[in-house]
Ligand binder design. Structure first.
Ligand code: PDD
Length: 279
């Protein structure tokens, strides 16, 4: 395995950053996960656009021009001989003496790693996955794909300890925000696809945006609005979306069966459409 660290391609086991890297000291950075499907980068433009937006919100300069980053992304995939993989890209404010203020002349750090994956198992696709709900204890700029992920780590661990695949985070008003590392979707009893609108309260998933576009093209009725946990319990279908899960059926929530407890047709259709689009 080969990683990229600040201008160098290095063996994965030797890839490291300085102890005063602000990503390490302050989680002062942002990231993207881009899926590689059959050797091709999925939704690359969307991920680069969101990276630019996240950097802009934190006033971190691009470490290299986006066109150069595209070359590095391809080179990391190529050097790893990756067909099906997850490409991780982190940009942070770089190495500087520990001080909360922005450094005067930042030299942002750029790190890329690549990990091969088989994506979902046949069983996960055939049976769907269980999820649990947890309070959303995060900050109010969830639209920034920040590397500060402690709340998500705790949420995912709660899911794991409950024997679930993902945790759906819930705001104090009882509405589901999103998964720990995915967006949350339901299909109502009338067959309407529902997902929360993009705002500061969720990360606007690139997969989410593609699925909404595909739903429109397929003539599937959809609404972008918040939904409650109660509504999710009563849903006909539920699923999650992300670069690493595409659209993955959720068949149990907090131990209750969703719909008839098997993966639903709309999720299946959208997953298929997404795989054709990226394939
Ligand atoms: N996570 N919401 C959160 C909080 C996420 O962390 C992610 C992605 C998503 C889905 O976004 P996208 O469709 O662009 O992947 C939604 C990535 C996969 C991760 O942290 O590994």
């Amino acid at each position: 395995r080969i990683a990229y660290v600040n201008g160098r391609y290095v063996p994965h086991g030797e890839a490291s950053v300085h102890v005063e890297d602000r990503g390490f000291q302050f989680a002062d950075g942002v990231y993207e996960v881009v899926t590689v499907v059959g050797g091709k980068l999925a939704d690359e433009e969307g991920h680069l656009a969101r990276l630019g937006r996240s950097l802009g919100e934190l006033q971190i300069p691009w470490p290299v021009k986006p066109a150069v980053l595209k070359v590095i992304m391809r080179e990391v995939v190529r050097r790893n001989g990756a067909q099906n993989a997850l490409l991780y890209i982190q940009v942070n404010r770089g190495v500087a003496p520990r001080d909360f203020r922005f450094p005067a002349n930042p030299r942002p750090s750029l790190v890329l790693t690549c990990r091969r994956t088989k994506f979902q198992t046949a069983r996960q696709l055939a049976e769907g996955v269980p999820c649990v709900t947890v309070p959303d204890i995060r900050w109010l700029r969830r639209d920034i794909k920040s590397v500060a992920l402690l709340a998500q780590v705790l949420a995912k661990q709660k899911a794991v300890e409950a024997g679930a695949f993902e945790a759906w985070q819930v705001d104090p008003d009882g509405t589901v925000t999103e998964g720990s590392s995915s967006n949350a979707w339901i299909v109502t009893a009338d067959g309407v696809l529902v997902t929360r609108p993009a705002s500061n309260l969720i990360l606007n998933g690139i997969t989410r945006q593609s699925i909404l576009r595909l739903a429109g093209e397929l003539g599937i009725p959809f609404e972008e609005r918040p939904f409650t946990v109660e509504e999710a319990y009563a849903a006909r279908e539920a699923f999650i979306s992300s670069a690493s899960t595409f659209a993955l059926p959720v068949t149990r929530l907090d131990g209750r069966s969703i719909g008839d407890g098997t993966p639903g047709p709309l999720c299946r259709k959208l997953r298929q459409a997404y795989m054709e689009y990226v394939g």
